[in-house]
Design a protein around this ligand. Structure first.
Ligand code: AKG
Length: 279
């Protein structure tokens, strides 16, 4: 039997409003992350997930064995800016629904895309060390947020994303790149300072949003199937570019911001406006 997919209604779902409750907004503002259920349907996740998986397989260049890889390389296959590779992936990344949730949580009038990335933790893939993303980004305000979208149910053995609650405001380990050292130092410091850790499974359709300075990690994938995840990083549309503070920020400035002038809003074609209340 041939199953026909109504792609127009899937695309429509990606653009419909999701009502973010005041409690969810308050939770995000306080804790630096929130997990939201029933954000995307199984049909949308299957349809766009299949396209994203094909792109990951096509574009992946990391073919070393697990034993030969660094800790970072063991954590996941990382394929960036899929929206520039494929029209269907672009439709997903440009989801107004997902972008508006980001704006609602941050309490801003609109969001631009910083970049997207697929993060596929392979079976036997390692843990993702504790880190905060904004260490890598030459952006002046903390109003940045990543939506983390598992493309399947994600039980503990697959390595769901875990968050240190309320860690977005503390200045510990902000100058550490993602590494064995960040894992060791931050695990110790977060435990010393009694941060509550949310490390729980994700059901299909559930997604998380975490702020750029919130510390997060993920366990290894000990299951026999890949942990497939798509992410988009949004920034407040009034965000401005800051002078790069490290070599990673230098590289990000060139790659994801098109070397747009420091001090200006990131308005190059690389950073499309995905949601604006003015429209
Ligand atoms: O998927 C992972 O294991 C890590 C994800 C992450 O660090 C992020 O999306 O900022």
């Amino acid at each position: 039997m041939q199953v026909t997919v109504d792609t127009a209604s899937l695309a429509q779902e990606l653009n419909e409003d999701y009502i973010v409750s005041p409690e969810a907004i308050a939770f995000y503002q306080k804790n630096g992350y929130v997990k939201l259920k029933h954000v995307l349907s199984p049909e949308v996740l299957r349809h766009y997930g299949d396209v994203i998986t094909k792109l990951v397989i096509k574009l992946n260049t990391l073919t070393k064995s697990m034993e030969e890889r660094t800790t970072y390389e063991r954590a996941f296959l990382q394929i960036m800016n899929l929206w520039r590779e494929d029209e269907t992936a672009r439709e997903f990344v440009f989801s107004r629904r997902l972008a508006k949730i980001g704006a609602d949580l941050m309490g801003v009038d609109g969001v631009r895309l910083y970049h997207d990335q697929a993060l596929y933790k392979e079976p036997s893939g390692g843990f993702t060390p504790w880190h905060a993303d904004q260490f890598y980004w030459p952006l002046s305000s903390p109003k940045t947020v990543t939506v983390w979208i598992p493309l399947q149910d994600t039980p503990m053995e697959m390595g769901p994303l875990a968050f240190a609650e309320q860690s977005q405001g503390v200045e510990i380990g902000r100058n550490i790149e993602i590494s064995d050292e960040s894992e060791r130092l931050l695990a110790e410091e977060l435990a010393n300072q009694n941060f509550n850790i949310n490390d729980t499974p994700f059901e299909l359709g559930e997604v998380s949003y975490h702020a750029g300075w919130t510390f997060h990690r993920a366990g290894p994938n000990t299951s026999s199937t890949p942990r497939k995840v798509m992410t988009m990083i949004y920034m407040d549309k009034d965000q401005t570019i800051s002078k790069p503070q490290n070599t990673y920020q230098e590289a990000d400035w060139t790659t994801w911001l098109g070397s747009y002038p420091v001090g200006s809003k990131p308005e190059s074609e690389l950073n499309p406006l995905l949601f604006s209340r003015a429209e």
